[in-house]
Write a protein that binds this ligand. Sequence first.
Ligand code: NDP
Ligand code: 2IT
Length: 448
Amino acid sequence: MNAEEYVKQVFEQVVKRNPNEPEFHQAVEEVLESLIPVLDRHNEYIKEGIIERLVEPERIIMFRVPWLDDNGNIRVNRGFRVEFNSAIGPYKGGLRFHPTVNSSIVKFLGFEQIFKNSLTGLPIGGGKGGSDFDPKGKSDKEIMKFCQSFMTELYRHVGQFTDVPAGDIGVSGREIGYLFGQYKRIKNEFAAAVLTGKGLAYGGSLVRKEATGFGLVYFVERMLEDKNMSLKGKTVVVSGSGNVAIYAMEKAKELGAKIVACSDSNGYIYDSEGIDLKVVKQIKEVERKRISEYVKYRSWAKYYEGCKGIWTNKCDVALPCATQNEIDEEAAKILVENEVILVGEGANMPCSSKAVEIFIDNNILFAPAKAANAGGVATSALEMAQNSMRLSWSFEEVDRRLKEIMINIYENASEAAKKYDCEDNLVVGANIAGFIKVANAMMEQGVV
Ligand code: NDP
Ligand code: 2IT
């Protein structure tokens, strides 16, 4: 069968089998389209059913998470873990706690994770999980009780050789600490490599906190370098003000960029003098408050209600680091009109399919999430390696490895794009390079 027809059939089956899951469909469609030239040249992937197997998670776990709030009320949330593909290593991927979490979201994230993790060159399969629990406005005690209840079910599915969760939206060091404590208590084992993003006192790795943002900027700088440019003197807009956004801003600033705007889910701030990161960290990491507080510290800065407007600010480099589909067709057109040079995806799938098409058609340098934000999970794999050795590397050592990994991802994705006649299209290049390793491993392991 011809590859294009085959891909169309597989995609139709995915839509039929997973109704009402638009984000999952979007992620699958993009990857399958990119793979047509590979399937054209390598019919064996079609014959062995690699694509049909890839789009079907190996296992989906869904569970009840009951907990008691501070007023003694019973609350019930839903927990998920999608164990998508273990061809090249244990399932690996974050946990997201956000009211929008549902099976479409965890499946899209788990699917993307397969290719991203493969691109890192490290032995990690793809998985993702989370809950529709909303951490906003909850006390520390409530967060702890929720995490303990979540792990009371999850513990039986995870392990250093099975499935290794980490953080994502709404899950950072605090939550990982509570999850790890409960796992350790239930199992009566100090099995450090069961979770990553741990605190430095109990098996965490230096640079893991910074890794996604730093990695994104290493990737972007390498892309610019190929075009004889750099971040020095560039104006940058970053959406979000969470883990990825903060450390992307920190590294971009260090490389000489000026960050003028960032956001949270309520609105965005614009600071013509350049964002003061100490202030953002104080508001977001320490006080866990709204980004609107920023103007109290910097009187000349402006706060605007609603987060979408952030893309109307003229910039050379746009780094969406908040959530999926935050840059739609309209925002993409404005960015292009305002002569953006590069768009780098820090978040997972932050640009809609239409937005990506607009960037590619207009020759905007485009760094796709799977490649550009892989530094977080890559450093998680370095954390697992350190845990296995019972040793820890210095900040400089981990940072050096992270940078090397990001440069390798860039080279491999560019090379794959060239090989399949899509020069400069890193969307296609990253999907192909990530796919080939997983597909070959699946071929060698038989029909499982
Ligand atoms: P955080 O929870 O630390 O920060 C998320 C930020 O995005 C916050 O500023 C939040 O605003 C904002 N945000 C979240 N959801 C929405 C929404 N629906 N609409 C508008 N703004 C929103 O998460 P991370 O920084 O860890 O994650 C950000 C993105 O990066 C996600 O797409 C995640 O999947 C991806 N990612 C994360 C990695 C990691 O290592 N942490 C690795 C690779 C990708 P508010 O404060 O109001 O909630
Ligand atoms: O989307 C991602 O790559 C993450 N949230 C990080 C996953 C991890 O296992 O470190």
